[in-house]
Ligand binder design. Structure first.
Ligand SMILES: [Mg+2]
Length: 347
């Protein structure tokens, strides 16, 4: 192996697991978390009864009438997601986020044993600190790590070692290669490509014609084992938000200022990691009595990463407004720019 092993760490039924931390009595029963009218996440007992993410809540109830439906606890989800990434960053030299609860990790291990040890340690830590489980896949490339993590689920660790890899690559169903569109999949089956090994018998120009030059190249790379194995810790975006609520798992009620400051701290950490500086801050307050959200905005004179500036702005905004009792609030950092560009424009 030329590169270091890649880990994929992925929370198991994330939203449902977070929601169930404060309702352990429901853990063995079918439970699903609902966003708007759709199932956002179902725990494993619910999955066993046919409840799936993306399904309409009504359809889930038809499939499994005894499923307990819970609203997404957004603030709690975010907090757990942020702490999960804190732990990822603590355990890895590079972290490439895939979602709020999934990331590729380079743990700096040069051999399988080291990577596997790191994976076990990470799983133990997440379970004890966050009260949720993650599964970890270890492989020579991102795709192999992803396939290993699928096999590890739920609450497990799985490794695809070199010996197994060759067989797996040859037999890999095309539907398991991410990024291939439905139309291309159909076109591939028409020329007899159902599994990755089938591309061996297809002339180069024919494969390029059927799925495009870039995808054909990617398929050959996956076939020969030289697909993407680099964990890239880049995250570019123009705004970042964090939510806080006044009630939740193992947390006493907090004042609006405390909530805002906790959100700002989380956002500063995320912006710092992503190498971003911002120019604006928005506080969106949700009154306890329901009704219209109160929006408070401030633009800073210069783009900054300094948490003191953001904390001060949040405190000022709250002090200047008449703030009712809150159910929760959201803080957004806006006008985010990569740090290297900020330095160019400012100095
Ligand atoms: Mg997950």
């Amino acid at each position: 192996m030329t590169a270091r092993p890649v880990l994929l760490a992925d929370a198991d039924a994330f939203f449902a697991s977070v929601a169930l931390r404060s309702r352990p009595e429901l853990a063995a029963a079918p439970v699903a978390v609902v966003a708007h009218v759709f199932i956002a996440s179902a725990n494993y007992p619910a999955r066993a009864r046919g409840v799936r993410s993306g399904m309409l809540a009504q359809e889930a109830l038809r499939q499994c009438p005894e499923v307990t439906l819970i609203d997404v606890p957004r603030a709690e989800i975010e907090e757990v997601g942020d702490t999960l990434f804190d732990i990822f960053h603590d355990c890895a030299t590079a972290v490439e986020p895939g979602s709020i609860e999934e990331a590729f990790l380079d743990v700096g291990a040069t051999d399988w044993a080291g990577a596997i040890d790191a994976g076990h340690a990470l799983r133990r830590r997440v379970s004890s600190e966050l009260g949720i489980t993650i599964s970890v896949g270890v492989g020579s490339t991102k795709l192999m790590a992803k396939l290993a993590s699928r096999r590890a689920k739920p609450d497990g660790l799985s490794v695809i070692e070199s010996g197994e890899e060759a067989v797996l690559r040859a037999n890999l169903p095309m539907t398991d290669v991410w990024g291939i569109g439905a139309t291309t999949l159909v076109r591939l089956t028409r020329i007899g490509v159902f599994r990755l090994g089938d591309v061996d018998g297809i002339p180069k120009n024919e494969l390029q014609h059927v799925c495009g030059t870039a995808m054909a190249r990617r398929l050959w790379r996956i076939r020969e084992g030289t697909d993407d194995a680099v964990v890239r810790p880049v995250e570019l975006r123009s705004s970042l938000s964090a939510e806080g609520s006044t009630a939740g798992y193992a947390r006493p009620d907090a004042s609006p200022t405390e909530l805002a400051l906790a959100c700002v701290e989380r956002l500063c950490k995320r912006a710092e990691r992503a190498g971003l500086a911002g120019t604006g801050i928005t506080l969106t307050l949700r009154p306890e009595t329901g009704g219209k959200a109160i929006v408070l905005r401030r633009t800073l004179v210069a783009a900054t990463t300094g948490r003191e500036a953001w904390l001060a702005a949040a405190v000022d905004l709250l002090a200047d407004a008449s703030v009712p009792r809150l159910a929760g609030l959201r803080v957004t950092l806006t006008g985010l720019l990569p740090l290297d560009r900020v330095h160019d424009t400012l100095f």
